[in-house]
Design a protein. Structure first.
Length: 148
C-alpha cells in the first residue's frame, strides 16, 4: 500500500515523503491488517497530516483481492478517524484527471507529471507510492478550489 505526503502553500506543491507499507505475504490477513494499522499510525505521528485522501475502491476482477483491499482501506480510515483527521475519497478517474488533465492517463504519464509538479529528481516509485502522491495532489487541488 502506498502513501504520499505533500504540502500545499498558496498554489505551490512541495513533496514531503512517499513510500509503501509492505506486509508479510505469508501472514494471515488479520496480522497484515495490524501491520498496516501500526504503520499508518507511525506515518500520522511522524508527518502530522491535516487531512487524508484515499482512492475509492473502483473495480476488481478478483473478488478476494477486492475484499482484502477494502479491509485495508477500512484500517486506514479507522486509524485516521481515531486521530481526528478528515478523510476524503476520490475515484481513479478523478485522481488522473486532477494530475494530468486526462482521466484515462497511464501510470508513466502520471509519474512524469508528479515529478514535474513536485520538483523531484526522479519519477516517484513504486507505482503504489506514486498513486498515493497523485491522490494527495487531487485532494489539494480539490480543497484549494473549494476554498476559493
Amino acid at each position: 500500500m502506498g502513501f504520499g505526503i505533500i504540502q500545499l502553500t498558496g498554489n505551490k506543491f512541495s513533496h514531503t515523503a512517499h513510500g509503501v507499507i509492505e506486509t508479510t505475504k505469508k501472514k494471515k490477513l488479520p496480522y497484515r491488517l495490524n501491520e498496516i494499522y501500526n504503520s499508518i499510525n507511525e506515518i500520522i505521528q511522524r508527518y502530522t497530516p491535516e487531512e487524508i485522501a484515499i482512492e475509492q475502491l473502483f473495480f476488481f476482477k478478483n473478488v478476494t483481492t477486492a475484499l482484502a483491499v477494502s479491509e485495508a482501506r477500512g484500517v486506514i480510515q479507522l486509524a485516521s478517524f481515531q486521530e481526528g483527521l478528515k478523510i476524503f475519497e476520490y475515484t481513479p478517474f478523478e485522481i488522473k484527471q486532477a494530475v494530468t488533465g486526462n482521466g484515462r492517463a497511464e501510470k508513466g504519464q502520471i509519474q512524469r507529471v508528479l515529478k514535474m509538479f513536485l520538483g523531484l529528481q526522479t519519477t516517484p516509485k513504486p507505482d503504489d507510492a506514486a498513486d498515493a502522491l497523485a491522490a494527495a495532489i487531487c485532494h489539494a487541488n480539490s480543497r484549494s478550489s473549494h476554498r476559493r
